[in-house]
Design a protein around this ligand. Structure first.
Ligand code: SF4
Ligand code: SF4
Length: 275
């Protein structure tokens, strides 16, 4: 996880929410927390064949350009944030892990350099969930990216009526992920495939519906406390902001969406190439 990095001290905060495991550590030598983002199932009914089908149907690029080239300059290691286990440790469903380890050598079980750190993350992970790490972004195999790789930075947003209304993002990455700061660049194909894949996943695994419902409630609470609206890539193709208290939807122009961290600074630059 921290290959090549000096870890002086790690402070862990674990938040296990249904559907998502967010496990955040902050190193004393870094300004950025890292977070385990995972999708998990209490009792999984998934089969490797389901995973194969999901991989086949959810393969469209998230944008028309390589967004890793946009965010990696802001990462100390020059690596896309979502491919850097100092920032995000992927996990796989058990069936997904079976599919991956029998078809590719891209992945191995994730382990921190610090044994205690590894033990803490494993303890925090629900039974059957596998923390994984790939060989690095120079060795990526698109066909064998995990579901977490493909979905990042989004999760399926479930409103309080229980409707899967679109794509919301993991707000912890607002200051790192270029896509979050440029939601209009997400391709139509990607959005459609994301929705279709999760519709199929929810049919196969209804518990996940509850799990992402919990994550969506959590996002409403957090954004209500911050007095912010939630950006949503709606399944109808539009971009909306959701009022966190009553869940009213308002269309929003992409240009009116806020930017964060270095992207907010770059947005003020006079030359578009610097954004
Ligand atoms: S999804 Fe976000 S964090 Fe991942 S490579 Fe693209 S811009 Fe970077
Ligand atoms: S498999 Fe590819 S997309 Fe996923 S973490 Fe590794 S390099 Fe990034």
């Amino acid at each position: 996880m921290f290959v090549g990095a000096q870890v002086h001290r790690v402070i862990f905060e674990a938040t296990v929410g249904p559907g998502i495991l967010l496990y955040t550590g902050r190193r004393s030598n870094s300004n950025h927390p890292f977070t385990v983002v995972s999708f998990w199932l209490m009792v999984s009914h998934l089969h490797p064949d389901d995973v194969r089908a999901f991989y086949g149907s959810f393969a469209a690029p998230i944008t028309d350009l390589d967004c890793g080239q946009k965010c990696s300059p802001y990462n100390q290691r020059g690596v896309p944030f979502c491919c850097d286990t100092r920032h995000a440790v992927p996990t796989a469903y058990q069936a997904e892990w079976h599919h991956l380890r029998t078809n590719t050598d891209l992945w191995h079980p994730w382990e921190a350099q610090d044994l205690g750190e590894t033990a803490k993350l494993r303890e925090a992970a629900p039974d059957g969930m596998v923390l994984i790490e790939c060989l690095g972004h120079h060795h990526c195999q698109r066909a064998y990216r995990s579901i977490t790789c493909r979905a990042f930075p989004f999760f399926p947003y479930i409103n309080s009526l229980g409707e899967f209304s679109g794509l919301a993002y993991y707000w912890e990455y607002e200051d790192r992920c270029w896509v979050i700061n440029n939601l209009a660049v997400v391709t139509t194909d990607y959005r459609q495939q994301f929705v279709e894949m999760y519709d199929a996943l929810f049919d196969r695994e209804p518990d996940e519906w509850q799990n992402f419902g919990h994550q969506s409630r959590l996002m409403r609470q957090v954004f209500a406390e911050r007095k912010r609206t939630l950006p949503l890539l709606h399944r109808d193709g539009g971009i909306y902001q959701i009022m966190p208290n009553d869940e009213r939807l308002q269309p929003i122009s992409p240009g009116d969406l806020p930017k964060f961290g270095p992207y907010e600074i770059a947005d003020r630059m006079p030359f578009p190439d610097e954004r």
